[in-house]
Design a protein around this ligand. Structure first.
Ligand code: RB5
Length: 155
C-alpha cells in the first residue's frame, strides 16, 4: 500500500463530482493528504479538461505523488491529462485493471467513471491501485521509456 503520507491530487467535472467527494473522504479517513482541485458541485456544467489540467500539473510538478480524476466515463479526463509530459493517466473499471495500470503502465493518475462504476467498485479499484507497485521487470520498464520517448519525439 502506498504510504498514507502520500499526497493525492483529486479533481472532477460535474459528472464525477459525487464520486470525487466520496473518494476524497475515503482517502482522508485513511490518512492520505488530498489536494482537491474541484469542481465544487454537480449543478453547474464544467469542462473536464480544466480539472484534468490542474491535477496533471500537480503531479507533473511533484506537488502530489499521484492523482485521481473522475468524470462521466473517466475517458475525457484521461485523454486530457495524458497531454501533460510525464503523466500516465489510466481509465480503470475494476481491481484487476487498476492493479495492471500501476504494475505494467506505471500509471500516476487514476481515472474513474462517475456514471458507469458503482461506488464500491470505484473504491475497490482505488485501493487496488494504491496497493500495487510499479513492476521492475525490464520489459515493462523498457515500454515506459518508449512512452517517454514519444513525448520528446513524435515525428
Ligand atoms: C459530461 O457530460 C461528460 O461528457 C464528461 O463527464 C466525460 O464523461 C467526458 O469524458
Amino acid at each position: 500500500m502506498r504510504k498514507a503520507s502520500s499526497i493525492i491530487a483529486i479533481g472532477s467535472d460535474h459528472a464525477g463530482w459525487a464520486l470525487k467527494n466520496t473518494l476524497l473522504r475515503f482517502l482522508s479517513r485513511r490518512g492520505f493528504r488530498v489536494l482537491n482541485f474541484g469542481c465544487d458541485n454537480d449543478q453547474t456544467r464544467v469542462d473536464y479538461p480544466d480539472y484534468a489540467k490542474s491535477v496533471a500539473l500537480a503531479v507533473h510538478r511533484k506537488k502530489a505523488d499521484m492523482g485521481v480524476l473522475c468524470c462521466g466515463t473517466g475517458i475525457g479526463m484521461s485523454i486530457a491529462a495524458n497531454k501533460i509530459p510525464g503523466i500516465r493517466a489510466a481509465v480503470v473499471w475494476n481491481q484487476r485493471s487498476a492493479t495492471l495500470a500501476k504494475e505494467h503502465n506505471a500509471a500516476n493518475i487514476l481515472c474513474l467513471s462517475g456514471r458507469l462504476l458503482s461506488i464500491p467498485q470505484a473504491k475497490r479499484s482505488l485501493l487496488a491501485f494504491l496497493s500495487a507497485e510499479v513492476s521492475t521487470e525490464p520489459r515493462h520498464k523498457k515500454r515506459i521509456k518508449k512512452i517517454a520517448a514519444l513525448e520528446r519525439n513524435h515525428q
